[in-house]
Ligand binder design. Sequence first.
Ligand SMILES: [Zn+2]
Ligand SMILES: [Zn+2]
Length: 345
Amino acid sequence: MVTAPPTSSGDLVVARPEGLYCPPGDFYIDPWRPVDRAVITHAHSDHARVGHGHYLAHTDSEGTLRTRLGEITLQTLPYGESIVQNGVRISLHPAGHVLGSAQVRLEHGGRVWVASGDYKTEPDGTCTPFEPVPCDTFITESTFGLPIYRWPTQAALFAEINDWWRANAEQGRASVLLCYAFGKAQRILHGVDPAIGPIVVHGAVEPLNAVYRAAGVALPPTVRVTDPGVDAALLRRALVLAPPSAQGTPWMRRFGNYSDAFASGWMQLRGTRRRRGVDRGFVMSDHADWPGLQQAIAGTGAERVFVTHGSVAVLVRWLTENGLEAQGFKTEYGDEDTEPVAPAP
Ligand SMILES: [Zn+2]
Ligand SMILES: [Zn+2]
């Protein structure tokens, strides 16, 4: 039944059909099939799925996990504290990806492995910044693992978004910014200049804003289109945050002659912007860019690296050429930037 590829004996994490498995600890990390014990790196839907017996995640993931998965048996851990499961010491460390995102550190028999989940190296103010965790073996993502991906700084990015919003507001038209509802939307809220105008959010975004605010993240006031006082005059000056799935729906008609934009790392590619059919594309990602991946991997001091998703072959080749032992892990993680967004519960 088990079709795991051959791995060195004694590995702390192996690929199984259900997900990444820790044999001595008898638990999985971000499994995609139902298992008894799951350690969850973060609440994006390709990493946190329904149906597991027990969940372990960072304290700040509780709100998003319960919002998305409903009733689950959940144990939480703050960053840096550890528990021992069947002799394996487990601790969670900041991944800088979204609120509550964690790298999972495993220690057993003198060996240390770190599974990163998704991560971003530049701090953004809405979650605890990424910290390199020293280890022998590092499991990394590679969503944007190509040399073409280099993100603008936060300051440059938000100057661009603010300029676009301000110019639209001066011309009396709404600025509709399509972005993933969990993580991206809250980063935009945290980073824009709320003095430019009112901020309207789609129904899929607001429950996640509430979770961020409850965790102490400063977000400017937001309104829903159905709130009292939200009229055509207000909408003409507004920044509107909506998930990509709202594009082309009747919900958008109320904004009249609006300008639209899309915020995603994929916007670095002109073709993606054209396919999306929007006026503007802002290059913004919750994942590490190419220099960020290299910096993160080097920061761990790991001699062995497994690559889970994205440009696996490219990153494995680059690591091998640079003297590391590297190989791919076959996983079912996707990319939340392009997946359809579930409606708010
Ligand atoms: Zn993610
Ligand atoms: Zn992912």
